[in-house]
Ligand binder design. Sequence first.
Ligand SMILES: [Zn+2]
Length: 388
Amino acid sequence: MIVKQMVMGMACLMAASCAMMPAGEEAPTATTPEAVAEPAPQSAPLPGRTLAMFTPGPDQACYDRDTLPSTMVVDTHNHFRPFGGAAIPFEETVSYLERTGVLFANVYGIGQSLPFSSGCEYYLDCVGTPAIPSMQNDLANAANLIDYDPETVVLTLSMTFPDLARPQQIPDQIALLDRTYDGLFRWMGEVNLVKQALMGNGHVATPMEAIPEWAPFMAILRERNIPLAIHSDLGSDETPWHYAGLMEEVLRTYPDNTIIWMHMGLSKELTTLAAEEHIAKMQGFLDTYPNLYLDISWRVVPDAYFDTSEKKAAYVAFFNANPGRILTGTDFVASHVKTFEVYEEEVAVNSAILADLDDEAFRRIALGETYFRMLDLPYRAPDICKAP
Ligand SMILES: [Zn+2]
């Protein structure tokens, strides 16, 4: 299901083209003989979870946490397109959502494409090959969504093309999408401010000097209420806060933009930070910047930070204290070598902490209320059933 947004004001921001404008991570699993893509089944939503449950109205039933799943309802972080090579067919990826009870998803391309001529499918297998942002995957996703338009899940298209180090071209690229897909792209990201894992593929940290030059495209996002999802590593085990200043500069410069910090700044390069230090740092950012949200996707996060009962309890308390600022997701990358079982596991692993949340946080984080309000979607997370 496509939820479309009226686009207004773009022409006014781009006076020169005003008259022309229409109105209005993640490695693939190894390829094995068993890993061939299975045919898309005639799937139905996971029993107990349907869009009707999220439709506001006097008859909206409460959500019984004792009998219904604790897994995420919203996958805000799903790359429907891989770095290179073939993607899982769009409708098959949609079937993965349906079968796991994920009813809402952001449809990401990928912020770094490997050139076709390289034959590369994953950037870490092709160190030395440049992986740079490109529009091709966003265009493919838009075409697929319109062709397929599933009825059982709500999909939000995301612009993953921006190169944050070359921001001058971004407004023109948005205008290009508008010409064909006016109002369909309601999210931007995941874009890379700094991603250490990509540095073998020509990526460098976005220079601090480039951040003020984002102003024209950030104005467009504000006007359209489009959130910006940024991958920005905090640092490494040796220097945990090495890059923290970059994200701080973005937040300081654009306090009125809705910004999501992917993976809470964590990465494979930063797995040994003390949970209480990380939480204190994140709480400081949330307190200072009220339009900042945190994405808790990617299994590196649960594997390294929710791995003991003490650390998990600390993050549960942190999420319970900030239920309106946390977004769920898998960070699945739909490379053709992946199967339904991979996605199913990503949903389970990235949802494991949700069962421990209090009712208020569970409703807003696991059942998606924070996401619905962020995008002003016509859905509402059900209330949690009270014990008799
Ligand atoms: Zn991602």
